[in-house]
Design a protein around this ligand. Structure first.
Ligand code: FE2
Length: 309
């Protein structure tokens, strides 16, 4: 695949210091001036001041200069402009105003972390005379990398044409009449674009080692402020991942995830179309209304939100 990594996102937020405190507590390493690093991905989040919350930019790694030429050609063919910038190419998605920057860069090479330990199960005692390894874990949870971002678009067809036919994302699965899970790496999805009545950023998602780290991370965040809770623990059907969603001070959700599907051979992956519960989750408590329709959506719809500003 020519596109290989979701390298970084920039979130526009009204109160950078407040949101910075949230993502520091979330486990990202602050680098100063609203920039944050994950363990494997290096700098992967930038916060900039904007009147209302929005996704300003996403940066995607590609293999070489030829990939930039090919993307520029696809974007032109689809009627979108792009701007070459040395070893990068930038283009602006016209519905959401999100800038996409393709950069020639090496792929991530994560080092193995905590080794998954099979749990005891009926008839299969793999751990005896000892407590579970996860109980001995201490210290803050540290996200390994940025996984994906979810956008709402008022013109799904145009957004899809930009991201899929123009930039070069591949579709992994779809939600009937609602949106597409797109990848620019071996992750099942790095971007979900959904049909919504107003353009907005729904959440960013951060990989942790395993389901215990999902639980430990969320529990720690809720100990800091129970009002951060949005939805979790659960397991998605699309992508298979465990999830727990929290709300940052700007209203954008941040997800801890683990055990996401990996698509190494696209010939062996069959995209499907889902609807109903499986489009949202496999098991969990039902999502709260504020997950499907964030509390500030009405405010964003009344025009207080200017996504292209
Ligand atoms: Fe997610």
């Amino acid at each position: 695949m020519a596109l290989h990594t979701l390298r970084r996102i920039t979130l526009g937020v009204p109160d950078v210091p407040a949101v910075s405190r949230f993502y520091t507590e979330f486990g990202l390493q602050p680098l100063g001036e609203g920039r944050f690093a994950s363990v494997d991905g290096g700098e992967q989040l930038r916060l900039v001041q904007r009147p209302t919350r929005r996704l300003v930019e996403m940066v995607i790694g590609v293999d070489d200069q030829d990939d930039l030429y090919r993307a520029a050609s696809r974007l032109t063919r689809e009627g979108f402009g792009s701007r070459p910038d040395g070893t990068a190419l930038t283009a602006t998605e016209p519905v959401t105003g999100v800038q996409v920057r393709l950069e020639v860069a090496p792929p991530l090479a994560p080092e193995a972390g905590i080794l998954p330990v099979l749990p005891n199960s009926p008839g299969n005692t793999v751990r005896s005379n000892a407590r579970a390894e996860a109980l001995a874990r201490g210290g803050p949870v540290r996200p390994r990398k940025l996984g994906h971002v979810v956008l709402g678009s008022t013109d799904l067809a145009t957004s899809m044409r930009f991201f899929e036919d123009g930039i070069g994302f591949k579709a992994s699965d779809r939600i009937k009449d609602r949106g597409s899970f797109l990848r620019c790496s071996t992750d099942h999805h790095n971007l979900l674009v959904q049909n919504t009545p107003v353009t907005f950023v729904h959440h960013s998602s951060w990989q942790v080692e395993d389901v215990d780290e999902v639980g430990r991370g969320a529990s720690s965040m809720l100990a800091g402020d129970p009002a951060r809770h949005v939805w979790g623990l659960g397991r998605h059907h699309i992508g298979s991942n465990f999830f727990w969603y929290l709300r940052d001070p700007s209203g954008t959700f941040a997800e801890y995830y683990s055990d996401l599907d990996q698509i190494l051979d696209e010939q062996l992956w069959k995209p499907e179309v889902f609807e109903g519960q499986l489009a949202r989750y496999n098991w969990a408590s039902p999502p709260p209304p504020s997950f499907l329709r964030p509390d500030d959506l009405a405010e964003l719809m009344t025009g207080a939100h200017a996504p292209k500003a």
